[in-house]
Write a protein that binds this ligand. Structure first.
Ligand SMILES: [Fe+2]
Ligand SMILES: [Fe+2]
Length: 201
């Protein structure tokens, strides 16, 4: 798969805001997952979901880098910073999407999704559900698990346990739950003694 023409232009803007804390890689992996979710979720609209996922974390660029890990740690202590990145991301998304000539109603919907993508537990729509799931599903990808391990100094077992507790129960789409089940199963089997033997050979 590749980015569509429309989304490549957006990515060029978004990447400038995503250089902190692996947000650029997180965003691209989430874009891939969002594409798969949209394909399997009736009535989801790619022209909303995909731009929303590309821009959803641009607001972290306005939060001091040393505060970000504290804001997103397993026992998050800085909910006001999580809120701040949503508000800033919504503002950046409105500017970028308007500049690139996206449909006005679409811009409103994308901005509303970004403004609440972490702090709002419920999904406003099927499009919002796909964005939320693509964002969370990244955690359980090989890249997401390795990143969480590195950020918080966890071993692979702890990272999978913590990420699983924060992912499976919080998904909004059937497709997302199926994808999480498959990725979680792969991550678990890699932690078995039998896989360790194969790796050591
Ligand atoms: Fe976020
Ligand atoms: Fe995110």
């Amino acid at each position: 798969m590749t980015l569509t023409e429309r989304d490549r232009a957006l990515w060029e803007w978004a990447a400038g805001y995503l250089h902190v804390r692996d947000n650029d890689a997180h965003t691209l992996y989430s874009y891939g997952l969002a594409t798969a979710l949209v394909a399997r979720t009736p009535s989801a609209r790619p022209e909303i979901v995909l731009p929303a996922i590309l821009l959803h974390d641009t607001g972290w660029s306005t939060v001091p880098e040393e505060d970000i890990l504290e804001a997103i740690a397993p026992q998050a202590r800085r909910p006001e910073l999580v809120r701040a990145h949503e508000i800033a991301g919504a503002r950046i998304a409105r500017e970028v999407l308007s500049e690139l000539g996206h449909d006005e109603a679409d811009v409103e919907e994308i901005v509303e999704i970004i403004d609440g993508h972490d702090s709002r537990a419920e999904a406003l729509s099927v499009n919002d559900a796909c964005v939320k799931d693509a964002d969370k599903l990244w955690r359980i990808t090989p890249h997401g698990l390795a990143t969480v391990q590195r950020w918080f100094g966890l071993d692979a077992d702890e990272a999978l346990r913590i990420v699983s507790a924060r992912t499976h129960e919080h998904l909004h789409t059937e497709a997302g739950r199926a994808m999480a089940g498959a990725m979680g199963a792969l991550a678990s089997i890699e932690l078995t003694a039998e896989c360790a033997v194969l790796r050591a050979e």
